[in-house]
Ligand binder design. Sequence first.
Ligand code: EPZ
Length: 418
Amino acid sequence: MDKIIIEGGYPLKGEVSISGAKNSILPLLFSSLLTDKPCFFDRIPHLRDVATTYKILKSFGVAIDEGEHQSHVQALSIKNPFAHYDLVRTMRASVLALGPLLARCGYAKIALPGGCAIGARPINLHLSALQKLGADIRLEEGYVIATAKKLRGAPIYFETPTVTGTENLMMAAVLADGHTVLDNAAREPEIVDLAKCLKKMGATISGEGTSRIEIEGKPSLSGVHYTVMGDRIEAGTYLVAAAATGGDVTLLGCDPEHVTAILSKLEEMGADIAVSNEFQKIRIQGRDLRNIKLSTEPYPGFPTDMQAQMMVLATRARGTSIIVENIFENRFMHVCELQRMGAKIEIQGHSAVIEGGVSLKGAPVMATDLRASVCLVIGGLMASGTTEINRVYHLDRGYEEIEKKLKGLGAHIERIRD
Ligand code: EPZ
């Protein structure tokens, strides 16, 4: 397995281009199942999760012509609406095949994704909502078997906002008979990106980005040419890396409106930030940082996918910081690895108490999940000495060419291919 070696202590300086958003391109690719017409997607990031999605779509019989950062995708007919456990267990987002397959061909057999390092990750809210649209749902030998002669629009209330649950139901409802309301829907920008794409395909959707989305079903949808939004979590990660190394970095290609909560917390800590909405540019200069209190919340609150990155940043701020993780039950896996680097962090239930003013020391560490692994990269950039990060395949799921982008900002970072 590849590893990454970092020589820490070099401030990041310069410009970095943000790639297309992982958590947007995944539902967008699955939305191609809703039509037999060709779909063309642009600004596709080179990520393991995208490659996995291609494999799953091809196993359904979808034709895919992969380009450099774009692809033609056409589901002329669905030959085999079955997603095998071997594929689903590597990417939970495979559950996003459920809604479009049900809507398109009235049948889907998808392996239950199971849990992952950060939590149990149930899909009960997806399944109960699809039943409200008239689907028959059976669980057999670790698979969800869903059937529906024709989905019918219905009012749906999510007990808790679920991002992929909202996306699954949007994709099911756009071809259902009648009107669907999604109440307490997730409000993430990736939901808005999916709605924009579905509307370009001819769907009737309103309220995306609010907690109440309304959808009028259509008999069929057209093809689409769609460019993915910039990745707000990748952007947030580079902002934190710049602040953590006392650097001066300009990000290109992320909508500043998508990172408001992140920018406000970094400014609260003392970073200097300049934003150009018109040119999608964000400049950050790291300064002496103050401690922080933050709680992760559904969008537009502070994103859970940025929690680990803020935690390692807090180790260098003055004073004691407190971070509360409200979304996932086990998203502190990075703490013990940071402690190996000298961080002084105490876990109290869903809260982490981080002592500031600590100088991290390079060490061999292990990545456990996507965002925990990038938190260790930031730790390595900040630390004195050498940090060796193992199991970097987690990183490759969500960060395109991370060592190349960081090297371009002056980091001393190498990937050792194994
Ligand atoms: C999406 O996961 C993202 N993944 C996650 O990003 C992100 O952390 C998460 O939303 C929260 O923002 C993609 O978009 C592919 P949820 P998702 O359903 O949809 C509970 C990353 O690092 N819940 O919004 O799986 C759930 O347990 C990944 O890029 C149920 O109880 O998350 C959690 O506590 C990690 N039942 C909360 O809701 C359900 O049926 C929010 O989960 C569904 C969810």
